[in-house]
Design a protein around this ligand. Sequence first.
Ligand SMILES: NC(=O)c1ccc[n+]([C@@H]2O[C@H](COP(=O)([O-])OP(=O)(O)OC[C@H]3O[C@@H](n4cnc5c(N)ncnc54)[C@H](O)[C@@H]3O)[C@@H](O)[C@H]2O)c1
Length: 326
Amino acid sequence: MNILVAGGAGFIGSHVVDRLLRRTDFELLVVVDNLWTGLQSNLAHIRDDRMKFVKSDVEVFNSELRFDEIYHFASPASPPWFIAEPARTISANIRGAFRLRELLARGGQFAFTSTSEVYGDPLVSPQPESYRGSVDCTGPRSSYDESKRCTESFLFEMSRTEGMRIKVVRLFNVFGPRTRPNDGRAVSNFLTRALRGDPIVVYGDGSQSRSWGYIDDIIDALERYFWLDGINFSGPLNIGNNREISVIDVALYVQSLFPQVEIQFGPPVAQDPTNRCPDLTRARQVLPGWHCKVSYEIGIGLTLDWFRKVGMSQGAGRANLPNKEI
Ligand SMILES: NC(=O)c1ccc[n+]([C@@H]2O[C@H](COP(=O)([O-])OP(=O)(O)OC[C@H]3O[C@@H](n4cnc5c(N)ncnc54)[C@H](O)[C@@H]3O)[C@@H](O)[C@H]2O)c1
């Protein structure tokens, strides 16, 4: 049995690879990643010969092998990065999915990380999976939002017309160790600026809310849904923390840990969603007993420890994009 993880050198992908390697039922795990927003150092601790790393764009990855499980995580998740390279973002998601489908073994399972961004700037809260979203298909975030929506469409249509076995999750904001210092999302942005003694910059008035899920809680859900619990449900499935927090509250919390660091306000980010909170009714049915256990206060402490020990030196020399949070 062979497994392929596209985007496995990224933040979430590398944590999933760690969990996959706990299994004993496969021979080969291929990670395909072009290191656009990921880092090979995220996999450097792995000493398992079953894992092979291939540096390649997923769209053109070539192999004679067919894979029994494919995990498609290959896409930037951070707005400054996908806004800077929209064509590449669209290609990673959509063309990536087309290529990966060709590599799927007959009867294999195709798993995809979609996003709460499919709900756009939502007009209902919390957002259930049945909510069809409020996305501007010509707006500055559309390369990400619409390529996720289109890839969902592609996968659900392949499931309907060809019986392809798919699993689609819609992740809400995730944070934790292995986010890069220049990732550009609020938690990592605030922490890395505070660690350098720079002011924390909140874009807009900070009243925009997000639901931050700590990585270990999110990976627990993915592991159960994708392989552990033997679930036969295609999704889409919201996964995230339903404790909704405003960006300014997170900034103030980080400031409470670094009292000398100032909070400054920058211009609002274009089309920044005003709110984000998952309706987890379906997740509770599909994954009974699962919920996010790590509060953002504890998670920020764990992430801070990691940045202090490891993270601040990672990704040095990479392009620095504008520090904007989502
Ligand atoms: N982190 C979040 O809060 C969040 C929320 C919703 C959805 N997601 C989704 O989860 C997945 C992983 O997100 P993440 O936070 O780990 O992001 P990340 O940027 O850390 O990881 C993405 C990985 O994909 C790789 N990649 C990008 N384009 C590629 C291509 N064309 N070919 C090969 N590799 C490519 C990058 O180099 C990187 O290693 C993404 O699909 C993202 O859209 C993440």
